[in-house]
Ligand binder design. Structure first.
Ligand code: ADP
Ligand code: MG
Length: 257
């Protein structure tokens, strides 16, 4: 991986993707977001290692989307800090966070229905001076939409639209990819395609933070899982541990223990 190096950021040592002493790429400290009297994110200390594929789960209203939107800068914290790759994100606007290597696919769709697949992929590329042709070719291939490059996005299936949206998010080669419920409403086959796409990007070194309810999917892709409940971290660990944790089962997986 070659990334432009900020002279103020220390060089990251090369570590194996599966090594235990990976560097932290993202961390929050005392992160809090209140909406009036409601504390959606409550004094959260959270971190993700470089090269990791982390899943974030939790019941509806737990604060998952709010946490993601604080990281991308769509929301401003009431209190606390977020650091990414050695930088305090509090100083940066959303577009500057994108330039720093954070990319996101939000829960609600953000594609342009009247544009073709290729035109949609051009949208984020307008911001760069790099040679667009190879990026376009590689992205279309990755999201398996080469054959449909000239079709309007409105003609795509739900699964294809989600792949296109992930494609838009990866054109700029982000270091850190945030996905909010990428397989909601998808068929089993469509879900499998997204899992494969995420795995292959992860194999190439991309770090992921994925919010998802589909436990089959989480089991398939995740290394570690963080459970959020009422704005706080309830539990964190490998998926097998999380699924067997009594408190998690009671609160999230809907068991009456
Ligand atoms: P999740 O994504 O885990 O389902 P959210 O982060 O969307 O949860 O929401 C967490 C809590 O914050 C919920 O109670 C929700 O109603 C509330 N909330 C989220 N966004 C806003 C907002 N813009 N204004 C007021 N309350 C909000
Ligand atoms: Mg949400």
């Amino acid at each position: 991986m070659s990334t432009p190096q900020d002279p103020n950021v220390r060089e990251q040592p090369a570590v194996a993707a599966t090594g235990s002493n990976r560097e932290t790429i993202l961390s929050t400290k005392g992160l809090t977001k209140k909406f009036g009297g409601l504390t959606a994110v409550d004094n959260v200390d959270f971190s993700v290692d470089e090269g990791e594929l982390r899943c974030l789960i939790g019941p509806n209203g737990a604060g998952k989307s709010t946490l993601l939107e604080l990281i991308t800068g769509q929301l401003t914290p009431t209190d606390g800090e977020i650091y990414f790759d050695g930088t305090d994100l509090g100083e940066l606007e959303p577009h500057e966070r994108m330039d720093a290597g954070i990319s996101v696919k939000f829960q609600s769709p953000h594609i342009y229905e009247s544009l073709t697949v290729e035109q949609n992929l051009h949208v984020p590329l307008q911001r760069t001076s790099r040679d667009i042709e190879p990026v376009m070719e590689r992205t279309l291939d990755r999201i398996a939409l080469t054959e449909k490059a000239d079709e309007p996005a409105s003609d795509l299936s739900h699964g294809e639209k989600q792949r296109l949206e992930i494609g838009m998010a990866i054109t700029l080669d982000p270091k850190f990819m945030i996905l909010d419920e990428p397989v909601a409403g998808m068929s089993i086959d469509e879900t499998g395609d997204i899992a494969d796409l995420i795995q292959s990007l992860h194999d190439d070194g991309m770090t992921f933070l994925v919010v998802e309810h589909d436990m089959e999917f989480v089991r398939k892709i995740s290394e570690r899982v963080t459970v959020l409940s009422q704005g706080s971290i309830l539990e964190q660990g490998p998926i097998e541990e999380i699924e067997n944790d009594e408190q998690v089962r009671r609160i999230y997986l809907g068991e009456n223990a």
